[in-house]
Every structure is written in structure tokens, then in C-alpha cells.
Design a protein around this ligand. Structure first.
Ligand SMILES: Cc1ncc(C[n+]2csc(CCOP(=O)(O)OP(=O)(O)O)c2C)c(N)n1
Ligand code: SF4
Ligand SMILES: [Mg+2]
Length: 348
């Protein structure tokens, strides 16, 4: 009997002809169920759907379970595991050397808000083009679950120890300091996180996303405020987020009374359908006030808190030339003997 030839289905490709497999990394070694794994999955989806060439991406990180994750997505991108808390300075150097690269920095709440806080604040005030992700579980997962500086006042460790210090709100801090795209999401909220990541990719400047990401091994119990259950019960999104990339010519009607539309640097559109009626994500002062109010009320707000797509970046401030410094020929970057002699003369 003749057999019907079976044809292998052609894998789906994105606008630059790559499949989602081209955006994958090594197999994760994190605990099963760790929120960080879900964030890696969303990064893969966002980069694939936005058609970002993997070789254009640098994915630096610090130290921690979160900072291990760049190994689990985009194997074809450039990577650098920095010293604990020092990812911002390494990334600043890399972006200054080659601003054609897209930087996606991954950090943890310990890496950012404890040991790395000094580097974090200076990065935020520069508006360097970077997507900065904090995978926030409220503990130092890699060193067995001590409280970090984002742990909420009164939250409880498995051992029964209560946190008696107030948390640092990295989002309020980032807005205060000058970051131009700031939001909070939850690793368990696939749709929201994906839209926010895609908008962050389209943004020119610092995108700071604090993503609550439960640590199933050390901080997912009763009494924790970063557990799956607590987040499912307390997450309060301030908008429904819809992202329309510049390469999709879709005309969507929106009602300015109920939706804020922000046109991003590359022409993409971010539509924020208001859940909280009077929230305006372009109002910096209001955004900070709202985050302070949320803390007083014990609310876990998620969504895009602040966006300013037109602020000058660090590259604009430094007036960096278009050609990356890394590829300029030696004849251009190396001062000639006469220039050096002139400098020496001036120092005499
Ligand atoms: C200079 C230095 N100090 C301390 C440590 C120990 N250490 C490793 S990871 C870590 C905390 C990681 O916490 P976080 O950034 O929240 O990542 P998570 O593991 O929770 O994802 C600490 C304190 C270190 N590696 N280097
Ligand atoms: S210890 Fe916690 S943060 Fe680290 S991999 Fe396991 S679940 Fe994730
Ligand atoms: Mg942590």
C-alpha cells in the first residue's frame, strides 16, 4: 500500500527570519517553579516577537540566582557575569564603547538594592539606554534566603524571623533619580510582563522593570509578601497594557478618556487602558506620590508607573558620535605625537 508522504511543518519565523529557538539559551539549573524561569521565558518571547537580532544584544548581570539567568536565554547574544552589584558600571562601559548594542541587564533585589545600590542610583540618573530587570523575590536566594532590602516590613522568613526594616521601593527611587520608563510586574502575569518587556525594548533610555519573582525554595510560604499566593491575592494593576510595535501597521481606535497612548521613540505605541481612573504615567511627581501612597496602604501596584520617551539619554548628553567608539580606526582614536607633545608642553 502506498504511504502518503508526511511533510514537516515549516517553523514559524519572525520579521528577521528567526525562529523562537534562535532566542533560547541553555537548560535552566534553577529550582523548578522559580519565578526567574518565567521571566527568562518572557524575555525570549519579547525578543523574538520584536525581531531583535540576538547578536545585537548584551545581557550582563551581577551575582545571584537571578543573575545566572542570562545563560538560559539568547545563547547567541553577548554575556558578562559581573561582580556582585557591579553590573551597572560594566554595562555603562560596554554601551559607551558600542552604543549600537542593546543592553538587557539582569539583577536581583539583593544585587541591586543591597550591595549594588550605589551603582544602581548612578545608573538611574544617567538615562543610559538599558533595559534593567530586577528579579525581585525579597531574599538572597543563592545564599539560602536571608531578607534583602526589598523585603516588606513585617514579612516573615521560613524560620519565623520577622523583617523589622522598611523596604526600598526601587521603582519610586528610579523615577526620582531620572529613569524614563519604570514599571513593576509579576513573573506570574504573562501578558502584562510580555507587553512591558516589548515596550522596554522600544524605549530609548533607561527602562527599569522590577518584576516580583517568587523564590519557591526560601520565600513562598505563609507570611511572605513575595509568594505566588500573596501576589495572586494582592496584585493591583493600574492599567491594561497593549503594545503595538512600529512594524505592525495597525490602527486601533482608542478613547483618550479611558486610555493613555504614548508614542515611543521608534514609533511604536504603548496603550495604557486605565484601570485606575486618574492615573497619568507621564506625570513624574504623581507617579512617585502614588507609589508612596501604595506603600502606606500595603498595595502591590503593577503596571507602567512612569514613561518619558523624549528625554535625552546619556549618549545625547555626552554628544557621542554615531560610529561606535569600539569600531573607530586607530588613526582616529589615537592622538598623534604632536598632540601628545602639546599636552606635555601644557603640563610643564
Ligand atoms: C562581594 C560579594 N558579597 C557577597 C556575595 C554572596 N552573595 C552571592 S549572591 C548574593 C545575594 C543574591 O541575592 P539576589 O540578588 O536577590 O539574587 P537571588 O539569588 O535572590 O535571585 C550574595 C549576598 C558575593 N557573591 N559577592
Ligand atoms: S533558591 Fe529561590 S531564587 Fe534560587 S533558583 Fe531556587 S527558587 Fe529560584
Ligand atoms: Mg533575590
Amino acid at each position: 500500500m502506498a504511504t502518503t508522504p508526511t511533510s514537516t511543518p515549516t517553523p514559524k519565523t519572525n520579521r528577521i527570519g528567526l525562529t523562537v529557538l534562535d532566542y533560547r539559551g541553555s537548560k535552566t539549573t534553577l529550582c523548578a517553579g522559580c519565578g526567574h524561569n518565567a521571566i527568562s521565558e518572557r524575555i525570549i518571547d519579547a525578543m523574538y516577537e520584536m525581531g531583535v537580532p540576538p547578536e545585537r544584544v548584551i545581557k550582563p548581570s551581577g551575582i545571584g540566582c537571578s543573575s545566572k539567568t542570562p545563560a538560559y536565554f539568547m545563547s547567541r547574544a553577548h554575556s558578562f557575569n559581573a561582580v556582585h552589584g557591579r553590573m551597572p558600571s560594566v554595562t555603562t562601559g560596554a554601551v559607551l564603547a558600542n552604543h549600537k548594542l542593546m543592553a538587557l541587564g539582569v539583577s536581583g533585589d539583593g544585587d541591586t538594592a543591597s550591595i549594588g545600590i550605589g551603582q544602581f542610583v548612578h545608573l538611574m540618573r544617567r538615562n543610559l539606554p538599558i533595559i534593567y530587570i530586577i528579579e525581585d523575590n525579597g531574599v538572597y536566594g543563592l545564599t539560602k534566603g536571608q531578607f534583602s532590602a526589598t523585603a516588606d516590613l513585617g514579612s516573615k522568613l521560613k524560620t519565623g524571623v520577622i523583617n523589622d526594616l522598611p523596604p526600598i521601593d526601587t521603582c519610586a527611587m528610579a523615577i526620582e533619580l531620572g529613569a524614563t520608563f519604570v514599571g513593576r510586574s509579576f513573573s506570574g502575569d504573562k501578558k502584562q510582563l510580555l507587553s512591558m518587556l516589548k515596550a522596554a525594548i522600544a524605549h530609548r533610555g533607561t527602562s527599569m522593570l522590577d518584576v516580583v519573582s517568587p523564590c519557591v525554595t526560601f520565600n513562598d510560604h505563609e507570611g511572605s509578601t513575595k509568594s505566588y499566593k500573596y501576589m495572586k491575592d494582592h496584585e493591583e494593576p493600574i492599567q491594561d497594557i497593549n503594545f503595538i510595535p512600529a512594524f505592525e501597521e495597525i490602527d486601533v481606535d482608542y478613547d483618550p478618556g479611558s486610555t493613555v497612548q504614548v508614542t515611543m521613540h521608534d514609533g511604536s505605541r504603548l496603550q495604557l487602558h486605565k484601570i485606575e481612573e486618574d492615573y497619568d504615567p507621564t506625570d513624574r511627581v504623581r507617579a512617585i506620590t502614588r507609589l508612596h501612597e501604595a506603600r502606606e496602604k500595603g498595595e502591590v501596584l503593577t503596571g507602567v508607573f512612569y514613561v518619558n520617551p523624549t528625554a535625552p539619554t546619556f549618549m545625547d548628553v555626552l554628544n557621542v558620535i554615531d560610529e561606535p567608539l569600539a569600531t573607530l580606526p586607530e588613526s582616529t582614536v589615537r592622538p598623534g605625537r604632536e598632540v601628545l607633545e602639546q599636552v606635555m608642553e601644557e603640563l610643564r
